[in-house]
Design a protein around this ligand. Structure first.
Ligand code: PGA
Length: 254
């Protein structure tokens, strides 16, 4: 994926069925074609696996990038119910969300997250690594060490080839879907922690190939508070991308 200035990534989670996802993708394509967004402003849509092939057809030739919400770390083979990174790539995906807190809550470990990052990069997909603390961890004042740890573990043995990128999404778990985004100053602070962890993990290499984004109750009114931050390249959003009018507003205001 090419370098960009600002990005809005829509994670539709398990909300839209195939027909709803198709309808939403068509509307987004039509409206964004007319919206004349600056060239370096990117929009990504991550539908569920069932909708990916249909949405891929709709987005083909448009400026909207297709992404997946997860991908498996092993090569194609006997792994019932899983989806190979290489198959996502063949379907037209350019990015893949990895380690979302909802998956971590269901048992995804740092080790699996790390393997998925490696598998995504092997297939030239840009990983969107999600990190974030729970409410209890924040109450105990452990957010900084949690983020450092999650980034460090996820980036073990990772090497970026020329032209490859990785995005790290800071998503405080307790803020996701709450309707109340976090104070942008807190995002500035955590971004500096993420940057440090990236430097530690990569021995100071690849820093220009890593983009930090924010996710958690972003809406058309608050989005520019996050996209304006010096170290934050964009947002990962669910709720405000499920209705197409709000989604368009979100992109325009980013
Ligand atoms: P939200 O979800 O925008 O609905 O808070 C964000 C996310 O989980 O990535």
């Amino acid at each position: 994926m090419k370098a960009f200035n600002k990005i809005v990534i829509a994670n539709w989670k398990m909300h839209l069925d195939v027909n709803e996802a198709k309808k939403q993708a068509r509307s987004m394509r039509r409206t964004l074609a007319k919206a004349r967004l600056p060239k370096n402003r990117q929009v990504v849509i991550c539908p569920d696996f069932l909708a990916i092939s249909e949405v891929a057809k709709i987005l083909k030739g448009s400026r909207i990038i297709l992404g997946a919400q997860d991908g498996y770390f092993l090569e194609p083979g006997s792994h019932t119910g899983e989806i190979a990174m290489s198959h996502l790539k063949k379907m037209g995906c350019k990015v893949v969300i990895i380690g979302h807190s909802e998956r971590r809550a269901d048992g995804e470990t740092d080790k699996m997250v790390n393997k998925k990052i490696l598998a995504a990069l092997d297939n030239d997909l840009t990983p969107i690594l999600c990190v974030g603390e729970t409410f209890d961890e924040r109450k105990e004042g452990r957010q900084d060490s949690i983020i450092l740890h999650q980034v460090y573990e996820a980036l073990q043995n990772v090497k970026l080839k020329k032209g490859q990128r990785i995005m790290i999404a800071y998503e405080p778990v307790w803020v996701i879907g709450s309707g109340q985004a976090i104070d942008p100053n807190e995002v500035v602070h955590i971004s500096s922690i993420i940057k440090q962890s990236v430097i530690d993990s990569f021995d100071g290499k690849y820093t220009s190939q890593v983009d930090i984004i924010y996710g958690g109750s972003v809406n058309p009114v608050n989005i520019n508070q996050f996209t304006e931050l010096k170290d934050t390249k964009g947002t990962l959003v669910c709720g405000s991308t499920l209705d197409y009018k709000t989604f368009i507003e979100l992109v325009k205001n980013s």
